[in-house]
Design a protein around this ligand. Structure first.
Ligand code: SF4
Length: 215
């Protein structure tokens, strides 16, 4: 059976009220008068209790993630065609945080929730970082190095162009085009990438070019 010594102390203040009953004085006082909030406020030069007097040690120990970065790189949000400016904070050659770039004339430091969460795109554990290839009729994927994959894409591009080249139409009018290649760009492509893709495809004779932002 629990003794009296085990009973809760009726005088003890809960953790959120360290001043306890000290304000009433007398023999029941168990806590330092110096712990009383108004004393802390006046003593710390924070009479309104909006700063130092009400800052807990835990809050005082908090620091922004960005403060430990080795360097900051300016970039553009990869998600949509608005192209908001980003600041990418890097530590030990790893992205640790991405925030809006106040220097961007487009977004002036702002990011929508998707852009604000783009650090998760970079560091997601399920992110695919290797080229995977599944051969025709194969059940399994195989890893390819990037050079091999680009060679395979180039070979297929040239073959499709060659096999589907149209020099003239039925009346003999010049076409000089291929309908065997089509391009569909995504919103993550920036202006310069879209420019280069359009130049490349048009020079190759492809005329079916679109971008997800337009459809
Ligand atoms: S932050 Fe949002 S609005 Fe801006 S580019 Fe990224 S996805 Fe688009």
């Amino acid at each position: 059976m629990a003794g009296l010594e085990d009973a809760p102390d009726p005088v003890a203040a809960p953790p959120y009220c360290r001043a306890g009953v000290v304000g009433y004085g007398g023999p029941m006082s168990r806590f330092s008068f110096l712990g009383w909030p108004v004393v802390r406020q006046i003593g710390s030069g924070d009479p309104l209790g909006r700063g130092e007097a009400v800052t807990s040690p835990k809050t005082r120990g908090i620091m922004p993630r960005t403060s430990t970065a080795d360097r900051v790189v300016q970039s553009v949000c990869p998600y949509c065609a608005v192209g908001c400016g980003q600041r990418v904070f890097v530590k030990d050659e790893r992205v640790i945080q991405i925030e809006g770039d106040p220097d961007s004339p487009i977004s002036r430091g702002r990011l929508c929730p998707k852009g604000s969460a783009s650090e998760q795109l970079v560091n997601a554990p399920g992110r695919q970082t290797k080229v995977l290839y599944r051969a025709p009729h194969a059940k399994d994927w195989q890893q390819l190095d990037l050079d091999t994959a680009i060679e395979m894409v180039a070979d297929r591009f040239l073959e499709a162009r060659r096999n589907n080249w149209q020099q003239n139409d039925e009346q003999g009018r010049p076409l000089r085009r291929t309908m065997g290649i089509a391009g569909l760009g995504g919103a993550t492509l920036d202006n310069e990438e879209n420019y280069l893709i359009k130049k490349l495809f048009t020079a190759a004779g492809a005329i079916q070019l679109e971008n997800q932002a337009r459809i």
